[in-house]
Design a protein around this ligand. Structure first.
Ligand code: ADP
Length: 161
């Protein structure tokens, strides 16, 4: 049976930190669904369509990576997609605390779905979607930190840089 994992997040936008987690997870799973969890109460920098497109373009060579979105609970999406695993990444202790409580809530919702945690690679440890936006807005070269389709759009947003 095909082992499918869900990788939920905001991906606003996807970074090389996320891509590294996806590549490592592909060693354990047959298919990864990158799932944009849409929070209608939160404003995003990029639209859902742009975020989906950037993920698709950045991972075009990985035929076993799919992209989808949900406005519902990610753990319920996992169940419907026939997946028993949700991938998350951990950078610092603050991520751990956050993930720890989310995991308890997810287990309460559906005890069958397991979360699988990947520790961030050292060079990507400081990368978050929000500090990428801060760096680019201040003219820092971020070409090593995001995939090309993301870099292109970030520079279009900040034409002076
Ligand atoms: P969320 O909005 O749920 O925090 P993100 O899009 O920021 O979602 O990230 C999705 C997942 O990827 C989270 O588990 C987050 O901790 C992880 N992640 C984000 N950036 C990195 C990185 N640079 N290295 C490893 N994991 C990361």
């Amino acid at each position: 049976m095909k082992k499918i994992a869900i990788y939920p997040g905001s991906f606003d936008p996807i970074t090389n930190g996320h891509i590294d987690i996806i590549k490592r997870a592909l060693k354990l799973f047959d298919e990864i669904i990158v799932l944009i969890a849409v929070n209608p109460n939160k404003t995003s920098y990029f639209s859902l369509e742009e975020r989906m497109l950037m993920i698709q373009e950045s991972l075009v060579e990985f035929k076993n990576v799919k992209v989808d979105s949900t406005t519902g609970l990610t753990v319920q999406y996992a169940k419907k997609a026939g997946s028993k695993a949700m991938i998350r990444g951990i950078r610092a202790l603050t991520d751990f605390e956050y993930e720890f409580s989310i995991n308890i809530a997810n287990k309460f919702i559906d005890n069958d779905v397991e979360s699988v945690f990947f520790m961030a690679k050292q060079e990507y440890m400081f990368i978050s979607s929000s500090n990428i936006k801060l760096l680019v807005a201040n003219g820092v070269d971020i070409s090593q930190l995001v995939p090309k389709p993301v870099l292109k759009r970030l520079l279009e947003f900040n034409p002076d840089e």
